[in-house]
Design a protein around this ligand. Structure first.
Ligand code: ADP
Ligand code: HGS
Length: 476
Protein backbone atom coordinates (compact mmCIF):
# COMPACT_ATOMS: atom_id res chain seq x y z
CA UNK A 1 0.00 0.00 0.00
CA UNK A 2 1.09 3.56 -0.47
CA UNK A 3 2.57 5.28 2.56
CA UNK A 4 2.86 8.99 1.96
CA UNK A 5 0.07 9.22 -0.59
CA UNK A 6 2.39 9.10 -3.56
CA UNK A 7 2.84 5.57 -4.82
CA UNK A 8 6.58 5.85 -4.88
CA UNK A 9 6.85 5.54 -1.14
CA UNK A 10 9.08 2.72 0.06
CA UNK A 11 7.56 -0.56 -1.04
CA UNK A 12 8.35 -3.86 0.62
CA UNK A 13 11.71 -4.88 -0.87
CA UNK A 14 10.38 -8.26 -1.99
CA UNK A 15 7.67 -6.47 -3.96
CA UNK A 16 10.17 -4.03 -5.52
CA UNK A 17 12.40 -6.89 -6.63
CA UNK A 18 9.40 -8.62 -8.21
CA UNK A 19 8.19 -5.42 -9.94
CA UNK A 20 11.67 -4.62 -11.25
CA UNK A 21 12.09 -8.17 -12.55
CA UNK A 22 8.74 -8.00 -14.34
CA UNK A 23 9.54 -4.53 -15.74
CA UNK A 24 12.91 -5.64 -17.12
CA UNK A 25 11.50 -8.77 -18.76
CA UNK A 26 8.63 -6.73 -20.24
CA UNK A 27 11.09 -4.13 -21.56
CA UNK A 28 13.23 -6.72 -23.32
CA UNK A 29 10.20 -8.52 -24.77
CA UNK A 30 8.68 -5.28 -26.10
CA UNK A 31 11.70 -3.42 -27.47
CA UNK A 32 11.92 -0.83 -24.70
CA UNK A 33 15.68 -0.88 -25.28
CA UNK A 34 18.70 1.22 -26.17
CA UNK A 35 22.08 0.21 -27.57
CA UNK A 36 24.40 -1.00 -24.83
CA UNK A 37 27.26 1.08 -26.13
CA UNK A 38 28.03 3.70 -28.76
CA UNK A 39 27.85 2.01 -32.18
CA UNK A 40 30.54 3.25 -34.51
CA UNK A 41 28.49 2.54 -37.64
CA UNK A 42 26.35 4.82 -39.72
CA UNK A 43 23.24 3.25 -38.27
CA UNK A 44 22.66 1.07 -41.34
CA UNK A 45 23.60 -1.94 -39.21
CA UNK A 46 22.41 -1.37 -35.61
CA UNK A 47 24.51 -2.67 -32.77
CA UNK A 48 23.43 -6.11 -31.61
CA UNK A 49 24.18 -5.27 -27.96
CA UNK A 50 21.20 -3.74 -26.19
CA UNK A 51 20.01 -2.99 -22.69
CA UNK A 52 16.63 -1.97 -21.30
CA UNK A 53 16.00 1.78 -21.54
CA UNK A 54 16.49 3.64 -18.26
CA UNK A 55 12.99 3.74 -16.73
CA UNK A 56 10.99 4.76 -13.69
CA UNK A 57 9.41 1.68 -12.15
CA UNK A 58 5.98 3.30 -11.67
CA UNK A 59 4.26 6.27 -13.36
CA UNK A 60 4.73 9.77 -11.97
CA UNK A 61 1.68 11.44 -10.37
CA UNK A 62 0.73 14.57 -12.32
CA UNK A 63 -2.33 16.82 -11.78
CA UNK A 64 -4.90 16.30 -14.52
CA UNK A 65 -5.68 19.99 -15.06
CA UNK A 66 -2.02 20.82 -15.78
CA UNK A 67 -1.90 17.74 -18.07
CA UNK A 68 -4.86 19.10 -20.02
CA UNK A 69 -3.28 22.56 -20.18
CA UNK A 70 -0.06 21.09 -21.64
CA UNK A 71 -2.01 19.05 -24.23
CA UNK A 72 -4.07 22.10 -25.25
CA UNK A 73 -0.91 24.10 -25.97
CA UNK A 74 0.47 21.67 -28.59
CA UNK A 75 -1.56 22.73 -31.66
CA UNK A 76 -1.05 26.40 -30.74
CA UNK A 77 2.74 25.98 -30.57
CA UNK A 78 2.59 23.99 -33.84
CA UNK A 79 0.87 26.91 -35.58
CA UNK A 80 3.24 29.44 -33.98
CA UNK A 81 6.29 27.55 -35.30
CA UNK A 82 4.87 27.59 -38.81
CA UNK A 83 4.02 31.30 -38.72
CA UNK A 84 7.42 32.34 -37.29
CA UNK A 85 9.21 30.11 -39.82
CA UNK A 86 7.74 32.23 -42.63
CA UNK A 87 9.17 35.48 -41.23
CA UNK A 88 12.72 35.21 -42.58
CA UNK A 89 13.56 38.75 -41.50
CA UNK A 90 12.47 38.11 -37.89
CA UNK A 91 14.69 35.00 -37.75
CA UNK A 92 17.70 36.73 -39.32
CA UNK A 93 17.36 39.88 -37.21
CA UNK A 94 16.75 38.03 -33.93
CA UNK A 95 19.81 35.83 -34.44
CA UNK A 96 22.10 38.38 -36.13
CA UNK A 97 24.12 39.19 -32.99
CA UNK A 98 24.28 35.57 -31.90
CA UNK A 99 25.72 34.82 -35.33
CA UNK A 100 28.71 37.06 -34.61
CA UNK A 101 29.82 34.97 -31.61
CA UNK A 102 28.34 31.52 -32.23
CA UNK A 103 29.75 29.94 -35.38
CA UNK A 104 27.32 27.00 -35.33
CA UNK A 105 24.22 29.19 -35.24
CA UNK A 106 25.94 31.35 -37.84
CA UNK A 107 26.26 28.42 -40.25
CA UNK A 108 22.59 27.54 -39.84
CA UNK A 109 21.70 31.18 -40.49
CA UNK A 110 23.91 31.20 -43.61
CA UNK A 111 21.94 28.29 -45.07
CA UNK A 112 18.70 30.07 -44.14
CA UNK A 113 19.78 33.32 -45.84
CA UNK A 114 20.84 31.42 -48.96
CA UNK A 115 17.32 29.94 -49.09
CA UNK A 116 15.87 33.46 -48.73
CA UNK A 117 18.09 34.69 -51.57
CA UNK A 118 16.88 32.01 -53.97
CA UNK A 119 13.36 32.66 -52.70
CA UNK A 120 13.04 28.94 -51.76
CA UNK A 121 9.49 28.02 -50.83
CA UNK A 122 8.57 24.96 -48.75
CA UNK A 123 5.00 24.20 -49.82
CA UNK A 124 4.90 20.99 -47.76
CA UNK A 125 5.97 21.66 -44.16
CA UNK A 126 6.30 18.92 -41.53
CA UNK A 127 6.99 19.49 -37.85
CA UNK A 128 7.48 16.75 -35.23
CA UNK A 129 7.88 18.94 -32.16
CA UNK A 130 8.07 18.35 -28.43
CA UNK A 131 7.32 21.07 -25.91
CA UNK A 132 8.85 20.34 -22.50
CA UNK A 133 7.36 21.65 -19.24
CA UNK A 134 8.00 21.61 -15.52
CA UNK A 135 5.39 22.32 -12.84
CA UNK A 136 6.93 25.11 -10.79
CA UNK A 137 6.22 24.50 -7.09
CA UNK A 138 6.94 28.14 -6.16
CA UNK A 139 4.28 29.59 -8.47
CA UNK A 140 2.10 26.50 -9.15
CA UNK A 141 2.48 27.37 -12.81
CA UNK A 142 3.13 24.96 -15.66
CA UNK A 143 6.18 26.55 -17.29
CA UNK A 144 7.79 25.68 -20.63
CA UNK A 145 11.42 24.62 -20.50
CA UNK A 146 11.83 24.69 -24.28
CA UNK A 147 10.25 23.78 -27.58
CA UNK A 148 12.17 21.18 -29.58
CA UNK A 149 11.67 21.48 -33.34
CA UNK A 150 14.48 19.11 -34.41
CA UNK A 151 15.22 15.48 -33.46
CA UNK A 152 12.53 15.32 -30.76
CA UNK A 153 13.52 11.98 -29.29
CA UNK A 154 11.62 9.13 -27.71
CA UNK A 155 8.27 9.14 -29.51
CA UNK A 156 8.85 5.39 -29.84
CA UNK A 157 10.10 4.45 -26.39
CA UNK A 158 7.77 6.83 -24.50
CA UNK A 159 4.73 4.84 -25.70
CA UNK A 160 6.32 1.64 -24.46
CA UNK A 161 6.86 3.11 -20.99
CA UNK A 162 3.17 4.05 -20.83
CA UNK A 163 2.28 0.47 -21.85
CA UNK A 164 4.72 -1.00 -19.33
CA UNK A 165 3.27 1.06 -16.48
CA UNK A 166 -0.31 0.16 -17.47
CA UNK A 167 0.71 -3.49 -17.59
CA UNK A 168 2.32 -3.36 -14.14
CA UNK A 169 -0.70 -1.56 -12.65
CA UNK A 170 -3.10 -4.04 -14.30
CA UNK A 171 -1.30 -6.80 -12.44
CA UNK A 172 -0.25 -5.11 -9.20
CA UNK A 173 -2.57 -2.10 -9.10
CA UNK A 174 -4.88 -3.24 -6.31
CA UNK A 175 -1.84 -4.31 -4.30
CA UNK A 176 -0.43 -0.80 -4.78
CA UNK A 177 -3.74 1.02 -4.56
CA UNK A 178 -3.29 2.31 -8.10
CA UNK A 179 -5.55 2.27 -11.17
CA UNK A 180 -3.97 1.58 -14.58
CA UNK A 181 -6.61 3.71 -16.27
CA UNK A 182 -4.94 6.78 -14.73
CA UNK A 183 -2.01 6.29 -17.14
CA UNK A 184 -3.03 8.18 -20.30
CA UNK A 185 -2.78 6.33 -23.61
CA UNK A 186 0.26 7.47 -25.58
CA UNK A 187 -0.03 7.93 -29.35
CA UNK A 188 3.37 9.53 -29.90
CA UNK A 189 4.66 6.69 -32.09
CA UNK A 190 1.53 6.13 -34.18
CA UNK A 191 0.94 9.84 -34.83
CA UNK A 192 4.58 10.61 -35.57
CA UNK A 193 4.61 7.75 -38.08
CA UNK A 194 1.30 8.97 -39.48
CA UNK A 195 2.67 12.49 -39.95
CA UNK A 196 5.79 11.20 -41.73
CA UNK A 197 3.61 8.94 -43.93
CA UNK A 198 1.22 11.77 -44.79
CA UNK A 199 4.14 14.02 -45.71
CA UNK A 200 5.49 11.22 -47.91
CA UNK A 201 2.05 10.98 -49.55
CA UNK A 202 1.88 14.74 -50.16
CA UNK A 203 5.20 14.46 -52.03
CA UNK A 204 3.44 12.22 -54.60
CA UNK A 205 6.24 9.91 -55.65
CA UNK A 206 5.36 6.35 -54.63
CA UNK A 207 8.87 5.06 -55.28
CA UNK A 208 10.49 7.69 -53.03
CA UNK A 209 11.86 6.90 -49.57
CA UNK A 210 12.05 8.56 -46.15
CA UNK A 211 15.65 9.47 -45.28
CA UNK A 212 16.61 9.31 -41.59
CA UNK A 213 19.63 11.54 -40.98
CA UNK A 214 21.47 9.79 -38.15
CA UNK A 215 24.65 10.24 -36.14
CA UNK A 216 27.62 7.97 -36.82
CA UNK A 217 27.59 7.18 -33.09
CA UNK A 218 24.12 6.38 -31.74
CA UNK A 219 22.71 4.51 -28.75
CA UNK A 220 19.09 5.50 -29.21
CA UNK A 221 18.73 3.79 -32.59
CA UNK A 222 15.79 1.57 -31.55
CA UNK A 223 13.63 4.59 -30.74
CA UNK A 224 14.33 5.60 -34.34
CA UNK A 225 13.73 2.09 -35.71
CA UNK A 226 10.29 2.02 -34.09
CA UNK A 227 9.32 4.86 -36.43
CA UNK A 228 10.83 3.33 -39.57
CA UNK A 229 9.32 -0.07 -38.80
CA UNK A 230 5.84 1.51 -38.41
CA UNK A 231 6.34 3.33 -41.73
CA UNK A 232 7.06 -0.02 -43.39
CA UNK A 233 4.43 -2.12 -41.56
CA UNK A 234 1.49 0.26 -41.71
CA UNK A 235 2.24 2.41 -44.77
CA UNK A 236 4.60 0.21 -46.85
CA UNK A 237 7.03 3.14 -46.93
CA UNK A 238 10.76 2.40 -47.11
CA UNK A 239 13.17 4.33 -44.89
CA UNK A 240 16.93 4.60 -45.32
CA UNK A 241 19.47 5.73 -42.70
CA UNK A 242 22.47 7.85 -43.58
CA UNK A 243 24.87 10.15 -41.78
CA UNK A 244 25.42 13.66 -43.10
CA UNK A 245 28.85 12.57 -44.38
CA UNK A 246 27.27 9.69 -46.33
CA UNK A 247 24.66 12.05 -47.77
CA UNK A 248 27.46 14.34 -48.96
CA UNK A 249 29.20 11.36 -50.54
CA UNK A 250 26.16 9.67 -52.11
CA UNK A 251 23.60 12.43 -52.51
CA UNK A 252 22.83 14.44 -55.62
CA UNK A 253 20.17 16.89 -56.69
CA UNK A 254 18.41 16.51 -60.04
CA UNK A 255 17.56 19.61 -62.10
CA UNK A 256 13.93 19.39 -60.90
CA UNK A 257 15.19 19.61 -57.30
CA UNK A 258 14.73 15.95 -56.43
CA UNK A 259 17.17 14.62 -53.85
CA UNK A 260 18.68 11.27 -54.90
CA UNK A 261 20.56 9.08 -52.41
CA UNK A 262 22.19 5.96 -53.80
CA UNK A 263 19.86 6.08 -56.80
CA UNK A 264 16.67 6.49 -54.73
CA UNK A 265 14.48 9.60 -54.71
CA UNK A 266 13.89 11.04 -51.24
CA UNK A 267 10.40 12.32 -50.35
CA UNK A 268 11.02 13.24 -46.71
CA UNK A 269 14.24 14.01 -44.82
CA UNK A 270 13.79 13.32 -41.07
CA UNK A 271 16.62 14.70 -38.95
CA UNK A 272 17.75 12.69 -35.95
CA UNK A 273 21.11 14.46 -36.19
CA UNK A 274 22.26 17.90 -37.30
CA UNK A 275 21.17 19.79 -34.20
CA UNK A 276 24.63 20.08 -32.60
CA UNK A 277 28.04 21.40 -33.73
CA UNK A 278 29.34 17.87 -33.04
CA UNK A 279 27.25 16.72 -36.00
CA UNK A 280 29.33 18.91 -38.34
CA UNK A 281 32.98 17.83 -37.83
CA UNK A 282 33.88 18.94 -41.37
CA UNK A 283 32.62 20.91 -44.36
CA UNK A 284 31.24 17.66 -45.75
CA UNK A 285 28.38 17.63 -43.24
CA UNK A 286 27.53 21.27 -43.99
CA UNK A 287 27.47 20.49 -47.73
CA UNK A 288 25.02 17.67 -47.01
CA UNK A 289 22.78 19.98 -44.95
CA UNK A 290 22.81 22.53 -47.80
CA UNK A 291 22.08 19.84 -50.43
CA UNK A 292 19.08 18.65 -48.40
CA UNK A 293 17.78 22.18 -47.77
CA UNK A 294 18.03 23.18 -51.43
CA UNK A 295 16.20 20.04 -52.57
CA UNK A 296 12.43 19.71 -53.02
CA UNK A 297 12.25 16.95 -50.39
CA UNK A 298 10.06 17.62 -47.37
CA UNK A 299 12.41 18.55 -44.52
CA UNK A 300 11.58 17.64 -40.90
CA UNK A 301 12.63 20.20 -39.89
CA UNK A 302 13.34 22.75 -42.58
CA UNK A 303 16.15 25.17 -41.71
CA UNK A 304 13.46 27.71 -40.77
CA UNK A 305 11.67 25.30 -38.40
CA UNK A 306 15.08 24.41 -36.94
CA UNK A 307 15.88 28.09 -36.24
CA UNK A 308 12.45 28.72 -34.71
CA UNK A 309 13.37 26.12 -32.07
CA UNK A 310 16.53 27.91 -30.91
CA UNK A 311 16.59 29.27 -27.37
CA UNK A 312 17.25 32.79 -28.64
CA UNK A 313 13.97 32.72 -30.58
CA UNK A 314 12.23 31.29 -27.49
CA UNK A 315 13.47 34.34 -25.59
CA UNK A 316 12.52 36.79 -28.36
CA UNK A 317 8.98 35.37 -28.60
CA UNK A 318 8.55 35.96 -24.87
CA UNK A 319 9.04 39.73 -25.33
CA UNK A 320 5.90 41.90 -25.08
CA UNK A 321 3.82 42.26 -28.28
CA UNK A 322 5.87 39.75 -30.27
CA UNK A 323 3.36 36.87 -30.29
CA UNK A 324 0.79 39.31 -31.66
CA UNK A 325 2.92 39.56 -34.82
CA UNK A 326 2.31 35.88 -35.53
CA UNK A 327 -1.04 34.84 -34.06
CA UNK A 328 -4.47 36.48 -34.15
CA UNK A 329 -6.41 34.57 -31.52
CA UNK A 330 -6.07 36.41 -28.21
CA UNK A 331 -7.03 33.36 -26.15
CA UNK A 332 -4.27 31.33 -27.81
CA UNK A 333 -1.77 34.11 -27.20
CA UNK A 334 -2.78 34.30 -23.55
CA UNK A 335 -2.44 30.50 -23.18
CA UNK A 336 1.09 30.62 -24.61
CA UNK A 337 2.14 33.55 -22.42
CA UNK A 338 0.81 31.79 -19.33
CA UNK A 339 3.41 29.02 -19.75
CA UNK A 340 6.38 31.30 -20.45
CA UNK A 341 9.03 31.35 -17.72
CA UNK A 342 11.14 34.50 -17.28
CA UNK A 343 13.41 34.81 -20.31
CA UNK A 344 15.95 37.61 -20.91
CA UNK A 345 18.71 38.45 -23.36
CA UNK A 346 21.95 39.53 -21.69
CA UNK A 347 21.32 43.08 -22.91
CA UNK A 348 18.90 43.28 -20.03
CA UNK A 349 21.17 44.80 -17.36
CA UNK A 350 18.52 44.43 -14.67
CA UNK A 351 18.13 40.73 -15.39
CA UNK A 352 21.88 40.19 -15.52
CA UNK A 353 22.44 42.00 -12.23
CA UNK A 354 19.71 40.02 -10.51
CA UNK A 355 21.28 36.81 -11.80
CA UNK A 356 24.67 37.90 -10.48
CA UNK A 357 23.06 38.50 -7.06
CA UNK A 358 20.94 35.32 -7.04
CA UNK A 359 22.50 32.91 -9.58
CA UNK A 360 20.67 29.95 -8.10
CA UNK A 361 17.40 31.40 -9.41
CA UNK A 362 18.54 31.36 -13.04
CA UNK A 363 19.78 29.12 -15.85
CA UNK A 364 22.22 30.49 -18.46
CA UNK A 365 21.77 28.85 -21.85
CA UNK A 366 23.91 28.84 -25.00
CA UNK A 367 22.25 28.17 -28.37
CA UNK A 368 22.72 24.45 -28.12
CA UNK A 369 20.46 21.36 -28.22
CA UNK A 370 20.96 17.79 -27.07
CA UNK A 371 21.46 18.29 -23.34
CA UNK A 372 24.44 18.99 -21.10
CA UNK A 373 25.03 22.59 -22.27
CA UNK A 374 23.37 24.78 -19.65
CA UNK A 375 25.01 26.78 -16.86
CA UNK A 376 23.64 26.69 -13.28
CA UNK A 377 24.23 28.08 -9.81
CA UNK A 378 27.55 29.79 -9.00
CA UNK A 379 28.74 29.22 -12.59
CA UNK A 380 25.95 31.55 -13.73
CA UNK A 381 27.46 34.36 -11.67
CA UNK A 382 31.03 33.57 -12.75
CA UNK A 383 30.12 33.43 -16.44
CA UNK A 384 28.08 36.64 -16.32
CA UNK A 385 30.79 38.56 -14.46
CA UNK A 386 33.40 37.31 -16.91
CA UNK A 387 31.28 38.24 -19.93
CA UNK A 388 30.55 41.67 -18.43
CA UNK A 389 34.22 42.35 -17.69
CA UNK A 390 35.18 41.37 -21.20
CA UNK A 391 32.30 43.59 -22.31
CA UNK A 392 32.35 41.09 -25.08
CA UNK A 393 29.89 40.44 -27.85
CA UNK A 394 29.83 36.98 -26.26
CA UNK A 395 26.78 38.06 -24.26
CA UNK A 396 24.67 37.55 -27.41
CA UNK A 397 25.49 33.82 -27.43
CA UNK A 398 23.39 33.22 -24.32
CA UNK A 399 19.93 33.68 -22.95
CA UNK A 400 19.03 33.96 -19.27
CA UNK A 401 16.08 31.97 -17.97
CA UNK A 402 14.17 31.83 -14.72
CA UNK A 403 15.05 28.57 -12.96
CA UNK A 404 11.98 26.40 -12.43
CA UNK A 405 11.68 24.40 -9.21
CA UNK A 406 9.36 21.41 -9.49
CA UNK A 407 8.30 19.66 -6.29
CA UNK A 408 10.31 16.53 -5.66
CA UNK A 409 8.93 13.12 -4.75
CA UNK A 410 10.23 9.60 -4.20
CA UNK A 411 10.56 7.19 -7.11
CA UNK A 412 12.25 3.95 -8.08
CA UNK A 413 14.59 4.48 -11.04
CA UNK A 414 15.93 1.45 -12.91
CA UNK A 415 19.12 1.74 -14.97
CA UNK A 416 21.26 -1.16 -16.23
CA UNK A 417 19.20 -3.62 -14.21
CA UNK A 418 19.79 -1.86 -10.90
CA UNK A 419 17.11 0.12 -9.06
CA UNK A 420 17.56 3.19 -6.87
CA UNK A 421 15.02 4.85 -4.61
CA UNK A 422 15.58 8.58 -4.99
CA UNK A 423 14.09 12.02 -4.55
CA UNK A 424 13.23 13.00 -8.12
CA UNK A 425 11.73 15.78 -10.25
CA UNK A 426 10.01 15.35 -13.59
CA UNK A 427 9.65 17.10 -16.91
CA UNK A 428 6.62 16.55 -19.12
CA UNK A 429 7.13 16.66 -22.90
CA UNK A 430 4.10 16.91 -25.17
CA UNK A 431 4.59 15.93 -28.82
CA UNK A 432 3.02 18.02 -31.54
CA UNK A 433 2.60 16.94 -35.17
CA UNK A 434 2.03 19.53 -37.87
CA UNK A 435 1.75 18.99 -41.63
CA UNK A 436 0.81 21.66 -44.13
CA UNK A 437 0.67 21.69 -47.90
CA UNK A 438 0.38 25.28 -49.17
CA UNK A 439 -2.80 26.60 -47.55
CA UNK A 440 -4.09 23.24 -46.35
CA UNK A 441 -3.31 22.21 -42.77
CA UNK A 442 -3.25 18.42 -43.17
CA UNK A 443 -2.39 17.70 -39.52
CA UNK A 444 -2.16 19.81 -36.40
CA UNK A 445 -2.31 17.54 -33.36
CA UNK A 446 -1.16 16.99 -29.84
CA UNK A 447 0.48 13.62 -30.36
CA UNK A 448 1.35 11.82 -27.19
CA UNK A 449 3.81 12.55 -24.42
CA UNK A 450 7.20 11.87 -22.85
CA UNK A 451 7.69 12.07 -19.09
CA UNK A 452 11.32 12.26 -17.99
CA UNK A 453 12.33 11.86 -14.37
CA UNK A 454 15.70 12.63 -12.81
CA UNK A 455 17.19 12.80 -9.33
CA UNK A 456 16.29 16.21 -7.89
CA UNK A 457 19.95 17.01 -7.21
CA UNK A 458 20.76 16.91 -10.93
CA UNK A 459 20.74 20.34 -12.60
CA UNK A 460 20.68 19.07 -16.15
CA UNK A 461 18.09 16.66 -17.55
CA UNK A 462 18.10 14.42 -20.53
CA UNK A 463 17.98 10.69 -21.03
CA UNK A 464 20.44 10.58 -23.94
CA UNK A 465 22.68 12.86 -21.87
CA UNK A 466 22.53 10.24 -19.13
CA UNK A 467 20.79 12.26 -16.39
CA UNK A 468 17.12 11.22 -16.63
CA UNK A 469 15.02 8.09 -17.05
CA UNK A 470 11.92 7.51 -19.17
CA UNK A 471 8.71 7.72 -17.18
CA UNK A 472 4.98 8.06 -17.80
CA UNK A 473 2.10 9.89 -16.14
CA UNK A 474 -0.37 8.94 -13.40
CA UNK A 475 -3.18 11.51 -13.53
CA UNK A 476 -4.26 12.75 -10.10
P1 ADP B 1 18.55 21.03 -24.34
O1 ADP B 1 17.93 21.66 -25.55
O2 ADP B 1 20.01 20.87 -24.42
O3 ADP B 1 17.81 19.77 -23.90
P2 ADP B 1 17.08 22.39 -22.31
O4 ADP B 1 16.78 23.84 -22.35
O5 ADP B 1 15.99 21.43 -22.68
O6 ADP B 1 18.40 22.11 -23.16
O7 ADP B 1 17.59 22.03 -20.84
C1 ADP B 1 18.10 20.74 -20.59
C2 ADP B 1 17.65 20.32 -19.21
O8 ADP B 1 18.05 21.31 -18.27
C3 ADP B 1 16.14 20.24 -19.08
O9 ADP B 1 15.69 18.94 -19.48
C4 ADP B 1 15.93 20.50 -17.59
O10 ADP B 1 16.19 19.30 -16.86
C5 ADP B 1 17.03 21.50 -17.27
N1 ADP B 1 16.52 22.90 -17.41
C6 ADP B 1 16.54 23.64 -18.53
N2 ADP B 1 15.98 24.85 -18.31
C7 ADP B 1 15.59 24.86 -17.00
C8 ADP B 1 14.93 25.82 -16.15
N3 ADP B 1 14.58 27.02 -16.61
N4 ADP B 1 14.68 25.46 -14.86
C9 ADP B 1 15.04 24.24 -14.40
N5 ADP B 1 15.65 23.28 -15.13
C10 ADP B 1 15.93 23.60 -16.42
C1 HGS C 1 18.22 10.71 -31.11
N1 HGS C 1 20.45 10.36 -30.26
C2 HGS C 1 15.81 15.57 -27.21
N2 HGS C 1 17.16 15.19 -29.12
O1 HGS C 1 14.69 15.27 -27.63
N3 HGS C 1 16.22 15.34 -25.98
C3 HGS C 1 16.59 13.12 -23.80
O2 HGS C 1 17.55 10.13 -30.25
O3 HGS C 1 17.86 10.80 -32.29
O4 HGS C 1 17.69 12.74 -24.15
O5 HGS C 1 16.22 13.37 -22.65
C4 HGS C 1 19.54 11.37 -30.71
C5 HGS C 1 16.82 16.22 -28.13
C6 HGS C 1 15.29 14.76 -25.05
C7 HGS C 1 15.54 13.32 -24.91
C8 HGS C 1 19.30 12.39 -29.59
C9 HGS C 1 16.21 17.42 -28.79
C10 HGS C 1 18.36 14.60 -29.07
O6 HGS C 1 19.22 14.85 -28.22
C11 HGS C 1 18.59 13.57 -30.17
S1 HGS C 1 17.42 18.15 -29.87
Amino acid sequence: MTVDGTHHAALASGLVDELVGEALVWSSLHGLVVGDRIIQRSGTVPGVGMVHAPIALLPMPFPEDYWRQACELAPIFNELVDRVSLDGKFLQDSLSRTKKVDAFTGRLLDIHSEMLQINKKEDIRLGLHRSDYMLDAETNLLLQIELNTISSSFSGLSCLVSELHRNLLDRYGNHLGLDSRKVPGNKALSQSAEALAKAWKEYCNSSAVVLFVVQPEERNMYDQHWLSSKLKEIYAITSIRRTLAEIDAEGEALPDGSLIIGGQAVAVVYFRAGYSPRDYPSESEWSARFLIEKSNAVKCPSISYHLVGTKKIQQELAKPNVLERFLENEDDIAKLRKCFAGLWSLDNAEGVNRAIERPELFVLKPQREGGGNNIYGEDVRKTLVKLQQEGSEELAAYILMQRIFPASSLAYLVRDGIYHHDQVISELGIYGTYLRNKDEVVMNEQSGYLMRTKVSSSNEGGVAAGFAVLDSVYLT
